[in-house]
Design a protein around this ligand. Structure first.
Ligand code: PBG
Length: 326
């Protein structure tokens, strides 16, 4: 080799499996995983969501068995979404003591007490119009919605929720929920805020699963514009000021730049929401044999951690927990 040719030998550190493991910077653990579940009313329901293979609507009689499996796989936490039978203009089933979510939370707490239960706090699954707040003259009202959100959070905490995760993107929702929880005596219940939530087409399959598509218009007047970065910083900053204990960035994959920025800025646990569309795209391609599901999922989730996520909400949690034990 000629003398003047000078370069670095990066490949030295990639020579073997063992050496690569020694210098690996990012690790995925079972403890990072949060598993989303959809609970429905009725009995004997275990229906696969069509657009999300491997994800099920579960009635309460199937719930305990499922939660025991999740726990035995080493997953520490679930996030609970309710799919109620009855919907109305003001989302009564979201904050009703006998709502499906409140019942599910009480049951999990009793039967599998070691699981950490996160309650998704929103109105869109519970309102007849499918919007995340109260509607007047075709507009989603901000301040009028806050009261109901606080009430929803308190009812979930009373049922036994360990963490409240508000996802509706009204201004002031963290402040309103913090105050509601404190007044009701839940000063120690943390808030995992969907602080940075974009108006994304990646939520399509979830809206099938949760029956929560808006019946008119879209969510662009409250969820964020995918083109914006500074707006994400403003949202995260105000949620921290209002008392958020965790910050969620959602969706995950198209927003890893935002995840890194939020992580660098705020010394709190940051959560990636690997959303339904991100799940279903992989499932569909894998079913066609076009990608290796296991490898692609582990690569995606590792990338989220590299970008700054401490925790990941993912429909792949059970698979990942199994793969990590192999
Ligand atoms: C409710 C909510 C949504 C998701 C989580 N909570 C849907 C939405 O905002 O339309 C999306 C989750 C996913 O796509 O996996 N507001």
């Amino acid at each position: 080799m000629s003398k003047e040719l000078s370069f670095k030998r990066h490949r030295r550190l990639r020579a073997s499996d063992n050496l690569r493991a020694l210098v690996r910077e990012t690790h995925l653990h079972k403890e990072d995983l949060i598993y989303p579940i959809f609970v429905v009313e009725g009995e004997g329901v275990r229906n696969e969501v069509k657009s999300m293979p491997g994800v099920f609507h579960l009635s309460l009689d199937y719930l305990t068995e499922e939660m025991k499996e999740v726990e035995s796989l080493g997953i520490k936490s679930v996030i609970v979404f309710g799919v109620p039978k009855e919907k109305d203009e003001v989302g009564t089933q979201a904050y009703c003591e006998t709502g499906i979510v409140q019942k599910a939370i009480r049951q999990i707490k009793k039967d599998v007490p070691s699981l950490t239960i996160i309650a998704d706090t929103c109105l869109c699954q519970y309102t007849s119009h499918g919007h995340c707040g109260v509607i007047k003259d075709g507009e989603v009202l901000n301040d009028e919605s806050l009261k109901l959100l606080a009430e929803t959070a308190v009812s979930q905490a009373k049922a036994g929720a360990d963490i409240i995760a508000p996802s509706n993107m009204m201004d002031g929702f963290v402040a309103a929920i913090r105050q509601g929880l404190d007044v009701a005596g839940f000063v120690n219940t943390p808030i995992m805020s969907y602080a940075v939530k974009y108006a994304s087409s990646f939520y399509g399959p979830f809206r099938d699963a949760a029956h929560s598509s808006p019946q008119f218009g879209d969510r662009k007047a409250y969820q964020m514009d995918p083109a914006n970065r500074l707006e994400a910083i403003r949202e995260a900053d105000s949620d921290i000021e209002e008392g958020a204990d965790f910050l969620i960035v959602k969706p995950a994959l198209s927003y890893l730049d935002i995840m890194r920025e939020i992580k660098n800025r705020h010394p709190v646990p940051v959560v990636a929401y690997n959303v339904s569309g991100e799940y279903s795209l992989v499932k569909a391609a894998a079913q066609n044999g076009w990608v290796n599901e296991k490898e692609i999922v582990l690569e995606k989730l590792t990338s989220m951690k590299r970008a700054g996520a401490d925790l990941i909400i993912t429909y792949f949690s059970k698979d990942v927990a199994k793969w990590l034990s192999e």
